[in-house]
Design a protein around this ligand. Sequence first.
Ligand code: NAD
Ligand code: MG
Length: 394
Amino acid sequence: MSLQRVCILGSTGSIGENTLDVIARHPERFQVVALSAASRVDALAAQCRRWRPAYAVMPAAVQAEALRAALADLPGTEVLDGEDALARIAALPEVDTVMAAIVGAAGLAPCLAAARAGKRLLLANKEALVVGGALFMRAVAEGGATLLPIDSEHSAVFQCLPQDRAHWDAHIDHIVLTASGGPFRQRDPATLVEVTPEQAVAHPNWVMGRKISVDSATMMNKALEVIEARWLFGLQPERIRVLIHPQSIVHSMVVCRDGQVLAQMGTPDMRGPIAYGLAWPERVACGAPALDLSRAAALSFEPVDTARFPGLQLAWDTLAGPAGSTAVLNAANEVAVAAFLDRRIRFDQIHAVNADTLAACAPAAGETDSLDGLLALDARARAAAGERVVRLGG
Ligand code: NAD
Ligand code: MG
């Protein structure tokens, strides 16, 4: 076991904090080399005092200046800012492992940098893969990176598969991603127009950042995860299915070619998949209590009510569409969720923004071949989604 030197992109978020919690349990295994955040200077400053990273990044110059002032007595930490600073810390020669825990497409550039630099890349930032798609996977292959899933469903599938990826296709008939159904699984659909941001972010099983919590309530999170699974496991979209499992104990399943079903279970605590990614192929204590099935509630499963959750189908629709359609969907959804959290549109209008933006914004040929092309497509889709938000009255 050699010391892993870790960079955490998005260290002040829910995944970032949980990553540091796991790392704190194993000081002999992990060393924090770089941390980053986009806001909350105080929180990042406190992390720097605790972890003494060589680098800390805040992309905005004003905030970076405030962080420098807060860390004036801590000469060992260099504070970087600017557009390329995240990609720079993700590719540092003194970094072995990058935890990608930024939310949204903003994480794509540093993920690509980590992939091209051949890092061990722990991917929580699903939007980066949804936007990056084939380009992202090419960067992983060409850079010789090791891509390890952190999303609990994908970690579950990964834990059920043979270590040698060359066997995956022969092993898998299809996979089943489980979904809790979020806070509105049983709510009268007619009342979804009244949902407030506070209600939407109150997830029954998981404590998460605001954006993914809203995505769980619309089930757009599961749509993004279907797209994520398509790339992580190299599966045709029809080999990816979704099942509601309200207790969030079975984190996902692999249905094998011989009809046998492998499932991974655990308490709903992200430190489980994070510790698995950090220690893989070994296992280390993660801090979450082990699952005790003698005390667990009954486990239940049900099909998805697609009328209640119309966004889910957009995963298969965009995967069947022109390359780049998933990037358009992601951009629209980021804009729609932000507008909902700002109370500019209603909860049920998130889907309208997503569907209308997909109809209005077609990817151009070749746009998905480069990071610049993808960022241009992302910007165009955001503009189209923003117009739709305004037309809805927001
Ligand atoms: P969060 O909002 O709690 O934290 C996001 C982090 O990224 C913060 O440190 C923030 O400062 C930083 N950040 C935000 N915007 C940025 C930008 N434009 N540039 C640079 N940094 C930026 O989010 P989270 O819940 O921790 O989720 C992070 C990612 O992990 C998301 O992609 C989410 O879908 C995924 N994920 C989260 C969970 C969970 O339990 N929270 C589970 C599975 C997957
Ligand atoms: Mg998940």
